[in-house]
Design a protein around this ligand. Structure first.
Ligand code: ADP
Ligand code: MG
Length: 699
């Protein structure tokens, strides 16, 4: 007689309290790190490693080293300048002293660190005012005649939380690793996929990163390029990709109104525009229209360089929704960008008899009430900022959500606005616009839930901008150049930037520059615009500049978005060294809009950092937004490029898109094969790597 075989319990799914030494209190602390099951500990990976396998002679230390040293306390000093301080000087046979500096210390420590005591210390060496020092080293006291015991392996350093010391965490993880099963019970990437790729086995990879063997290649390990790390990075990227694909599949199953229209409004707008669409705009617009006509939600990202004309494409999509009897919400991350959209949409849609409403945080009281009432009552378009997602905002019949500058919003925010429009089973279509072209590897990872359309062509008649970088000492030469350009009938932007996010300080800087230029260029009309001015005042200044009544416009980065004066062909950017590539590119995109050859002068303050120098160099070399975006990714890393708010889905444990982006094509291929043939394994991968965080995916 045979009893039916029950599958053995998965040791990875066991609660942490099944591990020796883990009681409810420790389990709760571990829970703060998202660690709930034994397998969570297996996949809690080291951030870095410390080398305590050797003792470094003090004389060999260099600033920046993280090293283990050993020595006798030669001198102890307690200071109270500014704050209590304990300074302990140790020395070894190498003949150089090392200062150990403590700002927090107890009496018991002072006793322990007495003159003549022998210490084994570990920490980061830095250059202090009196020579090399370590602030708050880890230390232990050893007997003078005791042999120093060094570690055999590198010490992994894990991300931890308050109340959980590094040693305690390492020891719990070590206990969990004892339960690591053989590979056939651990491996979720099917063998027929993994073997041809030469993937290291998962068990080996995990043991390797948690307990690197003594002969491990330290350089590889430090860079994260060791095959064991790459194996784990691959699985993590694969899982992140699967998560987004699953989210997409879940949304795609839902229903949206099929927005089919005769195209009357569409044709009406095209007839009224002073230009014809570029080929790229027509193509993308058709892709969008095709999506909208389906009874399932569109999830489409339109990316295109600054000035490629994404707004018109968005407006055409809006018209399709409106003609089918639905409303449109258009959300932008800043008030200025939203205002610009409002202006465009009003100019284009009101002549067609449509109602465009406005809602931003600033809109309060009566105005807010009436905007909300009109949105609920069926206004055709509601344009605004984050305010659109707030409570109290509701729509009569929302069919399409357009989000500009997506990378500044997180996935959650995108979903929140979408859910505003949920009506019974129907959810609105989603169109996402991004002005900063995203490097391909990043797009593959961050936007795996979206279809991507590219407007890969600029409207005709634009000339590439010539860019130079000049030190601020050449400021007066630049003013002469402005004078000459204006004498030729050209117009000039002078952009003031400060590192602070404060528009008030920026506005002050612009006022100062405005006064300076007014004095230096007495025969020219110099205007001023900044974010602290009222919308009406701003509009009046912009109109005057557009009409050619102003030769020079001093501005803050308010002109980063939306300003469009084709005759303006020279831009000077102050403190350009403080701006990121994406922002510089956006700003520069304001010139080069007409047929006249355009120039951009990047003024910088010496001394330049290496990074700033590289950025300015990139700006001089290319006008191509995609190349600039690739470079931006290289210089800043993906979290920054996508904006910090986006990082929720980009916080990897081991993968790094800059380093591991080359894995993405393979990730995509394997993901497809697994979704098709191994859906259950996909779910288990998500549970393993994403766990609770995957919940919003089903939202
Ligand atoms: P972005 O893609 O940066 O959002 P915009 O939509 O603001 O670009 O368009 C930039 C400028 O180009 C606007 O003044 C717009 O009216 C104009 N524009 C858009 N499409 C065309 C076109 N096909 N031909 C000429 N000008 C166009
Ligand atoms: Mg735009």
């Amino acid at each position: 007689m045979t009893t039916p075989a029950t599958p053995p319990a998965d040791p990875g799914r066991a609660p942490l309290t099944t591990l020796g030494g883990v009681g409810p209190a420790l389990a709760e602390t571990l829970g703060k790190l998202g660690l709930r099951e034994v397998q969570d500990l297996w996949f809690h990976l080291p951030l870095r490693y410390e080398d305590r396998t050797t003792v470094v002679p003090i004389a060999d230390l260099r600033p920046g080293d993280r090293a283990q040293v050993e020595g006798i306390v030669e001198h102890v000093e307690r200071g109270f300048r500014f704050r209590p301080q304990l300074k302990v000087i140790i020395g070894d046979d190498s003949g150089r002293p090392l200062l150990l500096r403590f700002f927090h210390f107890r009496k018991s420590q002072v006793d322990l660190l007495a003159k003549g005591a022998r210490l084994l210390c570990f920490g980061e060496v830095r250059q202090g005012p009196q020579g090399l020092e370590i602030v708050h080293p880890q230390y232990q006291r050893i007997e003078v005649d005791e042999a120093v015991l060094v570690d055999e392996r590198l010490t992994p350093v894990y991300p931890t939380t308050e109340g959980l010391g590094p040693r305690r965490l390492a020891s719990v993880i070590s206990r969990a690793l004892a339960h690591l099963p053989a590979d056939d019970r651990l491996e979720l990437i099917p063998e027929e996929i993994g073997r041809p790729m030469g993937l290291t086995s998962l068990r080996d990879a995990l043991l390797h990163v948690h307990r690197p063997p003594p002969d491990v290649d330290l350089r590889q390990l430090g860079e994260g390029t060791h095959p064991a790390q790459q194996r784990l990075a691959f699985e993590e990227l694969l899982t992140q990709h699967l998560t987004l694909r699953r989210m997409r599949a879940a949304v795609k199953k839902r229903k949206s109104p099929a927005l089919k229209s005769a195209g009357t409004l569409h044709d009406g707008l095209l007839a009224a525009l002073p230009f014809a669409l570029t080929k790229a705009q027509s193509r993308v617009s058709k892709e969008v229209a095709r999506d909208l006509a389906r009874a399932h939600p569109m999830l489409r990202l339109v990316q295109g360089d600054v000035g490629s004309g994404k707004t018109v494409v968005a407006a055409l999509a809006a018209l399709a929704a409106i003609e089918s009897g639905y409303q449109v919400a258009l959300m932008a991350p800043t008030e200025l960008l939203a205002e610009q959209h409002l202006r465009n949409f009003r100019a284009w849609l009101e002549p067609l008899g449509l109602e465009v409403e406005w809602l931003a945080g600033k809109v309060q009281g009566k105005a807010r009430k009436s905007a909300l009432a009109r949105a609920a009552g069926g206004a055709h378009v509601l344009v605004g900022t984050h305010a659109l997602m707030q409570e109290g905002v509701s729509f009569a019949k929302l069919g399409l959500v357009i989000v500009d500058e997506q990378h500044r919003f997180g996935v959650h925010q995108r979903l929140a606005l979408r859910d505003k429009g949920a009506e019974g089973d129907l959810i609105p279509h989603q169109l996402v616009l991004t002005a900063t072209p995203i490097p391909r590897t990043l797009a593959m990872s961050a936007y795996a839930d979206l279809d991507v359309s590219s407007i890969d062509e600029l409207p005709p008649g634009r000339t590439p901008v010539q860019t130079v970088a000049l030190s601020n000492e050449r400021r007066y030469d630049v003013m002469e150049r402005i004078h000459a350009a204006c004498m030729e009938g050209r117009q000039v932007y002078w952009v003031c930037t400060l590192i602070e996010e404060s528009e008030q300080l920026n506005a002050q800087a612009a006022e100062v520059a405005h006064a300076e230029l007014t004095i230096a260029l007495p025969d020219l009309a110099v205007g001023l615009i900044h974010g602290r001015m009222k919308p009406k005042e701003k509009q009046a200044v912009m109109d005057a500049f557009k009409a050619g009544e102003l030769a020079v416009l001093v501005a803050t980065t308010v002109i980063e978005v939306g300003v469009d004066v084709p005759n303006a062909s020279l831009m000077v950017i102050e403190n350009s060294e403080r701006l990121g590539l994406a922002q510089l590119h956006q700003l520069r995109g304001r010139v080069g809009r007409g047929a006249i050859a355009s120039n951009c002068v990047l003024l910088y303050q010496n001394p330049l950092s290496r990074l700033a120098r590289e950025r300015l160099q990139v700006m001089r070399e290319t006008n191509d937004g995609f190349r600039i975006a690739e470079k931006d990714l290289e210089l800043r890393g993906p979290g920054e490029v996508l904006g910090t708010r986006q990082t929720g889905q980009l916080q990897f444990r081991i993968a790094d898109l800059t380093r591991d982006g080359h894995l993405m094509p393979e990730v995509q291929r394997v993901a497809e094969a697994m979704i098709k043939d191994h859906p259950a394994r996909c779910e288990r991968l998500i549970a393993r790597w994403v766990g609770d965080a995957a919940r919003y995916v089903d939202a």
